[in-house]
Design a protein around this ligand. Structure first.
Ligand code: ADP
Ligand code: MG
Length: 603
């Protein structure tokens, strides 16, 4: 028998809605900040306790709420921002659904205190479990204070979905930071557990961006400013010499609203396509503005997505604006880092006896020349790496020496003859010439080795004689704390120095003698990128891959013939050695017949 249909009680309706609107403290905070901005606040103070789970308090100096409207403010579908469908279609305020306070009141202990300029004093209202208290007089200058305590205390199932306090704080910090970037004329401060995390006085848009994105960004960024009748864009983007492993410095605002929009991300990515290596992420803070009736903001409960009426036009506009800015900057020295063309081996001067790359293919993997070849080689030599490389391969070294009588016992990848421009190893095997990308090959070998060790739980840790201090932001610190177990499994050990500094006490033995700073920074970025959604196992492999890339021998490293042979032998023994961790080929075979054809030698 089905249950009878019945109208849900108001509190339950609000609790259901809360799942979408304020699913975590950061979302609740975003709604409160938007309310303050809609109220014309020029100063906003944010106080969080326990990642916002215990308390979110937002104090603003906006226009306030009239005493007679306080109860209405916490009622569902009650808003002062729109009154008709027409209003909705050209809404200029951040809020308009009239849901946030009602939703928040349904899942927390909410206190609303507010004062209009015309009022002799403020009034306070408390809501608990859908029950609203009587108004009480309170002391407050003009503005509003919203306090939400014990989030999800009455919806335990939702509460279970909350992450650790530090993770929730990280998200809330992100939400506040986005607002801070978009509203530089508003003074904003954030404190957590009674400690001041950051504060920005009233600033110019440029000052605010640079304060938040940091000095390195500031030193490598250029201005974007493009205005058309329908759209306009402004902001700052990093030149390709400053790029990131993660998407953590990508801010796009549409009419003052932070959005994560695939279309815009794609347009930006495309604009960087020629100048930025595809594995690196650009950094930017961009502000788009267009008439409100050309963009629909009512397609997502938390308004994190928007829909453009002319999406193609928008894509073109953003792409061209960034392209133009980037091309004007290319004379300013951004080229050396990202000029994939330098590393593509063009063969077309040889016509008509051109060597057909069709005939050159790696054994066991589909041939891929062209797209796969355009990647950047890091050419900074590091002495420690060379030693490490030698250590890793030492075991194979003696066995790998070629012998005169070896004709029939020729190993599949043959024996090394030379190294080309510090990048490729040339080897001779029975079939002809073998060409190996030494970094890509070594990276794959290490990755497989690291995975094997980790699978067996054998990852060795190497204590450092003198611990190394490692400075990190609060966000990075949080990620580190949360992943300390995973990192320990991989051989890292940390000690506590201060909230924004840890001591590295031990590093994975496979990285010994290497400077761990860069790698650790990159690992933390990886962790931020993968987030908690990824399974630990998948994450582990990503991390091992990053470690392998760092540990692998770099280009321009002079290898001895025994080292090169050791590399070839390791390749033969390694699974999937035909491709590096990023899917690029690691070696090619050129058969004698290919070379004969090249020289028109009829054999
Ligand atoms: P919405 O923002 O969609 O209108 P909310 O539930 O967030 O819905 O807020 C309801 C109403 O309460 C708002 O329309 C506004 O009039 C009032 N309000 C909320 N927060 C503030 C604030 N900080 N200052 C002034 N008015 C506020
Ligand atoms: Mg609102």
């Amino acid at each position: 028998m089905p249950n009878p249909i019945q109208q849900l009680p108001e509190l339950l309706i609000n609790q259901i809605a809360a799942g979408e609107v304020v699913e975590r403290p950061a979302a609740a905070l975003k709604e409160l900040l938007e309310n303050s901005l809609d109220a014309g606040a020029t100063a906003i103070q944010i106080e969080l306790v326990a990642g916002g789970i215990k308390r979110i308090r937002v104090v603003d100096n906006g226009v306030g709420i009239a005493a007679s409207e306080l109860k209405l403010a916490v009622a569902r579908h009650a808003t002062s921002k729109i009154a008709s469908l027409d209003d909705l279609e050209r809404v200029a305020s951040l809020g308009f659904r009239g849901e946030a306070l009602a939703s928040l009141a349904a899942i927390s202990r909410l206190t609303l205190t507010s004062r209009r300029a015309t009022s002799a004093h403020a009034f306070r209202l408390q809501v608990l479990g859908g029950e609203t208290s009587n108004l009480e007089p309170a002391a407050l200058a003009e503005g509003t204070v919203v306090e939400a305590e014990d989030l999800f205390f009455n919806t335990p199932a939702r509460r279970k979905f909350l992450k650790t306090e530090s993770t929730e704080f990280g998200h809330a910090d992100d939400a506040a930071t986005r607002i801070a970037i978009a509203y530089p004329s508003v003074a904003v401060s954030l404190s957590h557990n009674g400690r001041r995390i950051w504060a920005h006085a009233t600033q110019s848009p440029e000052e605010r961006i640079m304060a938040i994105l940091g000095d390195e960004f500031a030193g490598s960024s250029i201005t974007v400013s493009e205005h058309q009748p329908a759209f306009s864009i402004s902001g700052h983007i990093a030149m390709s010499r400053y790029s990131r492993a993660g998407r953590d410095q990508q801010y796009v605002f549409v009419n003052g609203r932070f959005v994560r929009d695939k279309l815009l991300q794609h347009a930006i990515r495309e604009a960087y396509a020629d100048v930025l290596h595809h594995q690196r992420q650009p950094a930017y803070a961009l502000f788009l503005s267009l008439s409100p009736d050309l963009v629909d903001v009512n397609v997502h409960p938390a308004k994190a997505e928007v829909r453009f009426r002319d999406s193609r036009g928008m894509h073109q506009f953003v792409f061209h604006a960034l392209r133009k800015a980037l091309s004007q900057s290319s004379t300013e020295g951004s080229a050396p880092q990202a000029d994939p063309g330098r590393y593509i081996t063009a063969t077309n001067n040889w016509s008509p006896q051109q060597l057909s790359m069709e005939t050159a293919r790696p054994i066991g993997i589909p041939h891929q020349v062209g797209g796969g070849a355009s990647w950047r080689v890091d050419s900074v030599p590091q002495a420690a790496e060379a030693t490490r490389f030698y250590d890793v391969l030492r075991g194979a070294e003696t066995a790998a020496m070629p012998s005169k009588s070896a004709g029939s016992e020729m190993p599949p990848l043959g024996f090394a003859m030379a190294q080309l421009h510090g990048i490729y190893v040339l080897a001779q095997n029975n079939a002809g010439l073998v060409l190996v990308d030494m970094h890509a090959a070594h990276e794959r070998i290490l990755y497989e080795k690291f995975k094997l060790e980790a699978d067996r739980g054998e990852t060795a840790s190497q204590p450092l004689l003198a611990p190394i201090a490692f400075a990190l932001s609060l966000r990075e610190r949080t990620l580190l704390d949360e992943n300390v177990e995973l990192l320990a499994k991989l051989g890292f050990e940390f000690g506590n120095l201060s909230p924004n500094e840890v001591a590295i006490r031990a590093v994975p033995a496979m990285l010994d003698r290497r400077e761990p700073h860069d790698l650790l920074r990159e690992l933390i970025t990886d962790l931020a990128e993968y987030g908690a959604s990824r399974a630990a196992e998948g994450r582990r492999d990503e991390i091992l891959s990053t470690m392998a890339c760092h540990a692998a021998v770099r280009a321009n490293r002079q290898l001895t013939i025994p080292e090169m042979n050791a590399l070839l032998r390791e390749m033969e023994d390694t699974e999937r050695s035909g491709q590096c961790n990023h899917g690029r080929p690691t070696w090619y075979q050129f058969a004698m017949s290919d070379l004969d054809r090249l020289f028109m030698r009829g054999r």
